[in-house]
Design a binder for this molecule. Sequence first.
Ligand code: HEM
Length: 479
Amino acid sequence: MTALPPNHFLALPRPDVELGPPAGVVDTTTLAAHDFDVDTRTGFMPPQPPLARLPDQWAPWEDAFAAAQSHRFQLGRKSNITDAEKAQSEAWRAHVRQLPTLPTTGLLRSELLLRRAHHVLSWTMHFYVHSLPPDAPIRIPAPITVPLLQVSHHLQLPPVVTYSDDVLYNWALLRPQPPTEPAPALDNLRTLSSFTGTRDEAEFYLTSARIELRGVAALEVMRATLDELFVGDAIARARITRYMHALAGVIDELAALLVRVREGCEPETFYRDIRPWFNGVDSDAGARGKWVFEGLDENPEISAPTELSGPSAGQSSIVHALDIFLGVDHYSHASALTGHGPAAAAPSSAPKVSFLDRMQVYMPRHHRNFLRHLSTRPRSLRSLIEEQHVDDPELIVSYNAAVAALKRFRDAHMRIVALYIIGPARRLAASEAQASSSAQEDGGKAPLKGTGGTDLVRFLKDVRDNTVDALVDVGVNAS
Ligand code: HEM
């Protein structure tokens, strides 16, 4: 076999993730990332602030959406809603019903236009549905459904608000970004859209956005580890050992960012005023019945939606990527343990799908492909760990450190869920039971539903507890 010339890129020294490529050497290792819309500076977030308004051709959508936000509509089911508030939201819904059904072909020229269109139309739909009186049938008018279904088809996304709509593509810079900074600073972000206009809601989205941005350090470690796995020699294992400890540190930072949500988002406000706007068909709003998408009969080329869960940070690719990369997903998200059937129109006989797989349908398609690529790589970190569990205890210890950090992240997440959902839900149920003569028979003990439709307490505990099953015995040589 002929030797590679010394300047061939495969013959160049492997870049070290902490040191970067040697001077004068182009780092070619990240080129493939662009196919997956994963940026080396901002990860799953786009490197530039998302489009804040569609061109004038689609002004009727933007104006209706802006009006909904500026009116600060109340949830239709709110107990103390006034007649004036009801009349105002009904006037807005009447206006939405009369909108022209605008063509979407002009949006196809740009992914950025399509993303903004999905954002505007899906948020408008949630405003429409959740401002309705609680006993009204949910019929979403054709001027929203037809373009939303068309745009969703092109983006391969469900026609509801997703995590990409409320986090990934819902931000702007507070101040101009200095050219020396490769990515927005974590404190230099604000949100674009809001259901309630509250700081609490903005902080809820920004917490996830900060985790995404800090998650870039984890993606960097993953990339470098995958390069080393390709080689797999003793130097590679020593480097992977170092990377795993670094990864554990990054995951702990993500957990610290998660719990800082308490600094700006008040739990009762979140539970009572913000979260109900997120509901899709199979979260607790499902009790109100089916969502009817009008306009399908006149447009037979459009199919009725099957996936209509609301947005959940469970749709964040960064946590899924960590799970898959570490090989933890087979434990934490096994479908037998955490799965449940798909939403809306799926028959009850449909096979169980793991939450992780189902939530991938709600991710931008390039990110979904990234996760698929990560999970189908021929050489996985987990296979190296299983091979080496006797011979390289330091490697195993470092791997276990990363898995333990993911478990700590999930412990922190569970505490946040207890604070933001479980506690407020119990208190609300207790006060409603006290106020009502027909006190709730279940005393507020019915299983709580996640926006992704899960029986959330059981599901999240299972995911967290099963994460530790991925820990590996260090083997007989371990001291
Ligand atoms: C106040 C903040 C938060 C609350 C109340 C919350 C609530 C929930 C709930 C109820 C679920 C169950 C799944 C569902 O049906 O939706 C869930 C799942 C999940 N959430 Fe959160 N979440 C919060 C913040 C975050 C953040 C910031 C992240 C990371 C960016 C995150 C990542 C996840 C993941 C990955 C899952 C899937 C379960 C797992 O893999 O551990 N969450 N969350």
